[in-house]
Design a binder for this molecule. Sequence first.
Ligand SMILES: [Fe+2]
Length: 323
Amino acid sequence: MAPDNRFRFTGIECVKFAVENLAEALRFANDWGLAPAESSDPEVKVFRAVDGSEVQVVAADPARADRRPIGGGSGMCEIVWGVEDRAALQALADELGRDRKAEFDAEGVLHSVDDLGINLGFRIAQRRPVLYEVTRFNAPGRPDRLNRRAASYQAAKPQEISHLAIGVDDAGQAVKFYIERLGFIISDRYANRGIFLRCSPAGNHHHVFFMNAKAPGTRFNHLAFKVRDIHEVIGGGQHLESLDWKTFAGPGRHMVSSACFWYFQSPFGGSWEYAADEDVVTAEWESQDFAATAHIFSEWTFGLEKSDGTLKGPISASKVQAL
Ligand SMILES: [Fe+2]
């Protein structure tokens, strides 16, 4: 069955976080390379990647529903998805309004909720890709960068939000709402532990990843940002390390999605990931079920120990479950 794409999703526009240590979160977002942006509410801090994709952050307040992250502690409190036009937004309001809240706010953002209780927003996409000089490589016999030195990076400047990963009790159950109600598409399955979804037939390999978490409940796992190339992953990661932020995993290279990555522990209740050279797909992409092998998380990862066939790192924090 061909994907219907009736809501014409464009990707993640904004992730809203509520955190226990606001000062540390602001310092991390700055160090990460996001640009502070104007905010209409002084209590809501806004940061943007180059294309305008946003992170918003407030101090967590368990007494306020809009400042209570799902799962408690620090974490996400809303994911805002982009759609191409107003007709798509209205179609979403009609679809979701059949069995749940679907309300527009004064700015025209539609607010609803998924089946797990994750708050969702939808707005006409504001992200705008910014042209930049793409890195060229000199392969043997195929030089593509003549008489020019390669780029180097003292710090990263993320171009855009790529994807969000969410820990859940049952990924197979969690994706049903996104597939059946929003028309998301499975790009790949991951070692019986998680499902990679994209929001439109063509574009990012995945925009959201649901993984079976060991800890019960639903919570933020990680947020990934696209940077220009592998050199920027390394430059950005070394910059973070120099500021004493701690590596969660990396640098390394994923088997699924092909991305070069470096994850850091963040004050946002999970980790943030620099990613470069992720797969970009079309409706012709064939999804794959990856086997539950120890090395499935990555082709290689610096500093990641393997012993007795088990892998230490993010995948060890997930549980095997039939999907
Ligand atoms: Fe990721």
